[in-house]
Write a protein that binds this ligand. Structure first.
Ligand SMILES: NC(=O)c1ccc[n+]([C@@H]2O[C@H](COP(=O)([O-])OP(=O)(O)OC[C@H]3O[C@@H](n4cnc5c(N)ncnc54)[C@H](O)[C@@H]3O)[C@@H](O)[C@H]2O)c1
Length: 277
């Protein structure tokens, strides 16, 4: 029997880093609603308490751990909490990531910025995974879902370092999946684009432009909602995905598929054709 088939009705323990707000908040709420016991790790104590309260009001189970996931002491506290209270994690969602320390032309960006981007986007994916993986293997299996970005696959000006680390997240996902597949642990990732979250609020992204122009920005014609990403994470962590490992699934409203072939908002023509006067 594979781990994915184990004991229906028995709540899984799922760790969600950055599980309070944005995409991570959506993932915490969704997995708790599906019956999992969520261990929510977040740097923002108030937001974590609010999301945890929402989950419990809705009848779900949530344990909060407040801390900066880029710090070893937070990872140590997380590993100890999981071992003490649950024994092991069944699902790990490495969600924390941020492009914002990067707002600068690469040629002028300081190395301290690259270090912080490394910690925020890639380093903790290694440290948290290493802390929880042995417990998963000892338990016979589990599922890891990392959060990468479409910029791991498509260039973006001003964010070369951020995109490089996220390409690292997707490469780590592939190679680790090959390594731990025989132990029953699956490793996948999602690559979001254009989510309406505190990091990238819709209003800020629109910058005063007419929302009707979204058709010329992404094929789905709207920004993503946390639940759009959470649904795919829930699938990847579920028995329905028992034969999927090592992949990064874009959750992007079609932007990677379009690769420049966006429709004009008027419905006539395409944005990447030469402009006709
Ligand atoms: N927003 C997008 O459009 C988008 C696009 C591509 C990829 N992503 C990726 O999706 C993930 C989530 O993005 P989001 O937009 O929901 O982010 P967000 O900034 O809106 O929310 C991040 C959550 O993580 C917590 N957090 C931040 N730093 C932390 C730290 N050091 N330790 C612990 N908790 C921390 C925050 O308090 C918050 O709850 C990130 O990995 C991001 O790179 C987002």
């Amino acid at each position: 029997m594979s781990h994915d088939d184990v004991s229906p009705g028995h709540p899984r323990t799922v760790v969600v880093t950055g599980g309070a707000l944005g995409i991570g908040g959506g993932i915490s709420r969704r997995l708790a609603a599906d019956g999992d016991h969520v261990v929510l790790v977040d740097i923002d104590a108030d937001a974590a308490a609010a999301t945890s309260g929402e989950i419990e009001t809705a009848g779900g189970r949530c344990t909060v751990l407040v801390g900066d996931i880029t710090q070893d002491e937070t990872v140590d506290r997380l590993a100890a909490l999981v071992e003490r209270e649950q024994g092991h994690a069944d699902v790990l969602v490495n969600n924390v990531g941020d492009f914002r320390p990067a707002k600068s032309f690469f040629g002028k960006s300081p190395p301290e910025q690259w270090r912080r981007l490394h910690e925020l986007n890639l380093w903790h994916v290694f440290t948290v995974t290493r802390a929880l993986l042995p417990g998963m293997i000892a338990a016979g299996g589990g599922s890891i879902v990392n959060v990468s970005t479409v910029e791991a696959f498509r260039g973006i000006p001003g964010n070369a370092v951020y995109s490089a680390y996220n390409a690292g997240v997707s490469a780590f996902t592939k190679s680790l999946a090959v390594e731990v597949g025989p132990s029953g642990v699956r490793v996948n990732a999602i690559a979001p684009d254009l989510a309406d979250t505190p990091q990238t609020p819709a209003d800020l992204m629109l910058g005063g432009r007419d929302p009707a122009l979204l058709r010329s920005w992404l094929p789905a014609g709207r920004f993503g909602r946390p639940e759009d990403y959470a649904g795919v994470v829930a699938f990847l962590a579920s028995p329905d995905a028992a034969f999927i490992t090592g992949h990064t699934i874009p959750v992007d409203g079609g932007t990677l598929a379009a690769s420049g072939w966006y429709g004009k908002a008027s419905g006539r023509g395409w944005t990447n054709m030469p402009d006709q006067a």
